[in-house]
Each structure stands twice: as structure tokens, then as C-alpha cells.
Ligand binder design. Structure first.
Ligand code: 5GP
Length: 114
């Protein structure tokens, strides 16, 4: 069996994290190195490595991650002013190769992100 990803270990409670939400498809927890007052990672339970690996069958799952992001933004008090990001590949800054949606908010955001 393939070795578990860092985020699978968090989902399985082998590594501690501040988990704020979970359901049968995904888990969400606070980023260990937050880049904004709210910085959550919304992670599918299935260890898809990058956005390049998704298929048409994953469309409902990807949509679900955004619905969870919207709910968590409301819960965090940042509805109407937040950013969601998938970094795809090392060149885009991806460092954990288990797909995750960043939810950032609570401060003014700049564009372009750099
Ligand atoms: P990426 O750079 O792959 O888009 O995002 C990975 C994120 O995972 C980073 O923002 C990083 O701070 C976060 N991260 C890395 N290791 C851990 C960890 O052990 N626990 C938590 N909660 N976040 C982590």
C-alpha cells in the first residue's frame, strides 16, 4: 500500500491538527503556517496529488470543496471577503502533494498574488 500523505495522517489523527470540519468526502483544518488571520485547508479524503490529476468524475467532489469553503467562510466571519486557492505543482508553490483548497481571509488581499 502507498505511504499515507501528510494530510491522510492528519485525517487519521496520526498527526495533530486544528480540525474545524469533516464529512465523508473531505476534512478541513487550520494551516500550520497561516498567511492570513483565517487560513484553512480543505482536503479531499482521497489522496489526489494535484489539480492536474482530477477527472470529470471528480467534478462533484471539487464542487463540494467549494461549498464547504463557502460554509467555513461564513463560520469564520469572513463571508464576502476571502480567497480560495489551489496551488498546482511546485512551480505554483505546491509543497504537499495531496490536493487541497486554501481558504484565506481576515485581511485585505493584494493582486497579483505573486
Ligand atoms: P501548498 O504549498 O502545497 O499549496 O500548501 C501546503 C500547506 O500545508 C502550506 O500552507 C503549509 O503551511 C501547510 N502545512 C504543511 N504541513 C502542515 C502540517 O503538518 N499541519 C498543517 N495544519 N498544515 C501544514
Amino acid at each position: 500500500m502507498a505511504e499515507k500523505t501528510l494530510f491522510q495522517k492528519i485525517a487519521d489523527r496520526e498527526i495533530p491538527a486544528d480540525i474545524v470540519y469533516e464529512d465523508d468526502q473531505c476534512i478541513a483544518f487550520r494551516d500550520i503556517n497561516p498567511q492570513a488571520p483565517t487560513h484553512l485547508l480543505i482536503v479531499p479524503r482521497r489522496p489526489i496529488p494535484t489539480l492536474d490529476d482530477i477527472t470529470e468524475e471528480d467534478a462533484p467532489l471539487i464542487g463540494h470543496l467549494f461549498v464547504v469553503a463557502r460554509r467555513l467562510a461564513a463560520q469564520e466571519g469572513i463571508a464576502g471577503g476571502y480567497r480560495t486557492v489551489f496551488n498546482c505543482g511546485a512551480a505554483a508553490g505546491q509543497s504537499v502533494f495531496h490536493l487541497h483548497l486554501h481558504l484565506l481571509g481576515g485581511r485585505p488581499m493584494q493582486w497579483p498574488p505573486g
